[in-house]
Design a protein around this ligand. Structure first.
Ligand code: MEV
Length: 423
């Protein structure tokens, strides 16, 4: 039994310091640990305390830069926030290979989001669907009254989709409001619009509306990107053949497709996080899209061209914004967007798709060519050496020895260090 209760009323009302003091007392934290909590990095106490509730500190992750990306003829530095070694290096390598044939070609991505309105308790769903169709203009008009600035800038509600669902609670009609949210991720805009049109929809349909919320399956915001990866730079015909086999494996097997897509998301989520976007929305949308056919599939496709080069394509919903949410509040997200130099949300999605494709090719190449573990372990061994207290100037040496010995463990790192120091 721990001698405290986690049921603390009014914890959220306390100041940052008071919350820290309480935890320190309850958990008997060491001075060093308290200092860790006090270190807010580039955040001011007010800034961080207004982002979420019950804040006690700031959590840091490395920010890396992926190199060599040429997308639609333009060069970019790609900021990536991720804890996993090898990911940034792998993306940069694959991007270098793609450069030989002109880099990545991403299609334009329009920022069209779906907001869902759930209409229930309907007697005649066929009649309701007709009513909704007839009143389409009025619904769009009410939606567009909510955000005059968005309309002025060229965005706004564009259309509706009407769907019928059989459920355990009877038939429901689901209205999708399609909204061009321009440079935003868009959840707030479309949620406001959906709430605003709901009373009118209840009035004309006689139904009861429960949910009015964005769908994270952004099927009208699909990013498509293609690149040709040079056969020789990949490692030859055998490696291309290995990648094509890996692709067929993923296509045939959801167990493999999940890991295949995880590799893609290594890149996309790192960029999503760096730019202050909602990683959960992107992740949920990607996996739902992967299973839209009824079977979970890879988000990329591969074939070889007449020269034996690898042709890769990716197709993924990407609701990424460059305004709103955290993008402008978080100092590092703001800087990440500056590093990228993107002018629109669509451009950011084009870049993210290219990064996902590069990440996937790099992983498949490593798996097909040499096994992923080797590269991974070299980087991992450095972390192990550091955790074992190896001083910076000896980390490389100890890490190498760990890999050579095939024992990448802290105890072994300490042993190597002791031997080196004894000499
Ligand atoms: C590891 O983070 C990602 C991979 O497992 C992806 C894959 O297997 O394709 C290497």
């Amino acid at each position: 039994m721990r001698d405290f209760t986690s049921n603390i009323s009014g914890f959220y009302k306390l100041s940052l310091k008071e919350r820290r003091d309480q935890l320190t007392k309850f958990l008997d934290l060491e001075q060093e640990e308290v200092e860790l909590l006090q270190n807010l990095g580039y955040f001011s106490p007010t800034q961080i305390d207004t982002l979420i509730e019950n804040v006690i500190g700031s959590y840091q992750l490395p920010l890396g830069i992926a190199l060599n990306f040429k997308i639609n003829g333009k060069d970019y530095f790609l900021p990536m926030v991720i804890e996993e070694p090898s990911v940034v290096a792998a993306a940069s390598n694959a991007a270098k290979i793609a450069r030989k044939n002109g880099g990545f070609h991403s299609e334009e991505v329009r920022s069209i989001m779906i907001s869902q309105i759930q209409i229930t308790q309907l007697k005649d769903t066929t009649a309701v669907k007709e009513i909704l169709k007839r009143n389409r203009e009025e619904i769009l008009k009410i939606a567009n009254e909510q955000d005059p600035l968005l309309i002025k800038l060229g965005g706004g509600a564009l259309d509706v989709e009407i769907r019928e669902l059989e459920t355990n609670k009877g038939k429901m009609v689901i209205l999708h409001l399609l909204v061009d949210v321009l440079d935003a991720m868009g959840a707030n805009v479309v949620n406001t619009m959906a709430e605003a049109v709901s009373p009118y929809i209840e009035e004309i349909t006689g139904g009861k509306i429960y949910l009015r919320i964005v769908s994270n399956l952004a099927t009208h915001r699909i990013a498509r990107c293609k690149a040709i990866f040079d056969k020789e730079m990949l490692g030859g015909e055998e490696v291309v053949e290995g990648i094509l086999n890996a692709y067929e494996f993923a296509l045939a097997d959801p167990y493999r497709a999940t890991t295949h897509n995880k590799g893609i998301m290594n890149g996309i989520i790192a960029l999503t996080l760096a730019t202050g976007n909602d990683t959960r929305a992107i992740e949920a949308g990607a996996h739902a899209y992967a299973s839209l056919s009824g079977k979970y599939k890879p988000l990329t496709k591969f074939e070889s061209d007449s020269n034996g080069n690898l042709v890769g394509e990716i197709e993924i919903p990407l609701a990424l914004g460059i305004v709103g949410g955290m993008t402008k509040i978080h100092p590092m997200a703001r800087l990440a967007l500056k590093i990228l130099g993107v002018k629109s949300a669509g451009e950011l999605s084009q870049i993210a798709a290219a990064l996902g494709l590069a990440q996937n090719v790099a992983a498949l190449r490593a798996l097909a060519a040499e096994g992923i573990q080797r590269g991974h372990m070299i980087l991992h061994s450095r972390n192990i050496a550091k955790s074992a207290g190896v001083p910076d100037e000896l980390v490389e040496k100890v890490a190498k020895q760990l890999v050579q010995d095939g024992k990448i463990r802290v105890d072994h790192a300490k042993k190597i260090l002791n031997k080196l120091v004894e000499r």
